[in-house]
Design a protein around this ligand. Structure first.
Ligand SMILES: Cc1cc2nc3c(=O)[nH]c(=O)nc-3n(C[C@H](O)[C@H](O)[C@H](O)COP(=O)(O)OP(=O)(O)OC[C@H]3O[C@@H](n4cnc5c(N)ncnc54)[C@H](O)[C@@H]3O)c2cc1C
Length: 350
């Protein structure tokens, strides 16, 4: 890596080329800083690719403390996607705009709602379910997988793949980041390593992998035009006959294998809800690891070690929370007041 001014190879080194690391890098580039993202495999090949892509602002399962971040992130999404598109030349569309959310306590299914369900999801078998509408989008992470790395490179950010961070050392004026091949001097270091962010050499955070298995069914696009979420299963139409279904929640360490029995259970649950969907002979299925934390909240802020930061632990909502994470982290790192106070998310709480 070339050494420009100031004795540092770059202002900021970020470990982890998932949606969080790349979005933060893009934000820091926008503020004029030089940034290098080091990714030990290929960018966007872990949780950020495996995800459903729901921007589930009002998911009743989200912790309440997440709401201010979720609302701001949803508001930032249009400009976030516009910027990625402008830089990469690739369109990343919102593929749905509405979610049918199962509600348990209140009974909100009305004739009007039934008519809307008939319009947006005519094949849905709503027997035994009460629903309400949530205005929230979803995207296909495959779209971002292509566009986000290209956007960062077009913005002048450096993305170095197949390069793992194996150590970080604080110095008086910055950090020395160690990879398999070299030591890089930088002003600051950010740990965006997702489910792997808890490695001792990255600061030993209590982040644990929570496995999720997913699959694609088929259904004509006009027959399902909204996300449907009921306990145990969700359906995410992609607008092109794919309907992504998910997801398991498993505490099985760093195991990313797909189990046929789990996929079959999910398919059965999905077909009960949408009987007209079909499972192809060769069902596409995959698994990924969510970065889980003890309190279900992300870890955002300064690490215990000087010039080091963490932006991780986004669990089930990292796609939703990427734009707000990028903004709030950049503000904090540059000594500004973040738009939303980060006290509830500080690494120091552990
Ligand atoms: C099945 C599933 C469904 C999901 N559905 C949704 C959803 O619908 N909506 C939503 O908002 N969120 C969803 N999520 C959660 C979301 O995917 C994650 O919260 C988000 O992707 C986390 O992003 P990340 O960049 O922190 O992690 P990742 O995408 O996992 O990226 C971390 C990267 O760090 C790299 N890395 C690790 N160690 C090192 C090292 N030492 N040096 C260099 N690089 C390293 C890894 O290779 C990896 O590429 C889902 C997750 C899963 C698994």
């Amino acid at each position: 890596m070339a050494k420009p001014s100031g004795g540092h190879a770059t202002d900021i080194v970020i470990a982890g080329g998932g949606i969080i690391g790349l979005s933060l890098a893009l934000e820091l580039r926008q503020r004029g800083l030089s940034v290098a993202v080091l990714e030990r495999h290929r960018a966007m090949s872990s949780a950020s690719w495996a995800a459903g892509g729901m921007l589930a602002v009002n998911d009743p399962q989200n912790p309440l403390e997440l709401l201010p971040l979720a609302i701001l992130s949803w508001a930032l999404y249009p400009s976030y996607l516009d910027r990625i598109e402008l830089l990469s030349g690739r369109h990343v569309p919102l593929r749905t705009q509405w979610t049918l959310q199962q509600v348990q306590s209140e009974r909100v299914s009305t004739d009007a709602l039934a008519a809307e369900i008939a319009e947006f999801a005519p094949g849905l078998d709503a027997t035994g379910h009460s629903f309400k509408w949530l205005e929230e989008g979803s995207l296909d992470p495959n779209d971002l997988r292509e566009a986000l790395p290209e956007a960062l490179r077009a913005a002048g950010g450096m993305l170095v793949e197949e390069t793992a961070v194996v150590g970080v050392e604080s110095t008086a004026h910055g950090v020395l980041v160690e990879t398999q091949r070299e030591r890089i001097a930088a002003g600051m270091f950010v740990n965006c390593c997702g489910a792997w962010a808890g490695e001792p050499r990255l600061g030993g955070l209590p982040v644990v992998p929570v496995k999720g298995q997913m699959a694609n069914l088929r259904c004509p696009p006009e027959r399902l035009r909204c996300v449907v979420r009921v306990p145990g299963i969700y359906l995410i139409p992609r607008g092109d006959s794919r309907v992504t279904i998910g997801a398991t929640l498993e505490h099985v360490g760093f195991d990313e294998t797909v189990q046929e029995s789990s996929i079959k259970q999910m398919i059965d649950a999905a077909l009960r809800l949408l009987p007209e969907a079909t499972a192809p002979m060769q069902v596409e299925s995959w698994a990924g690891l969510r970065p889980g934390t003890p309190d279900g909240l992300p870890i955002l802020g300064a690490a215990g070690t000087k010039h080091c930061w963490h932006a991780t632990g986004h669990y089930r909502d990292g796609i939703l929370l990427a734009p707000v994470t990028a903004r709030l982290m950049a503000q904090s790192m540059l000594g500004e007041f973040p738009d939303v106070p980060l006290d509830a998310f500080t690494p120091a709480r552990f």
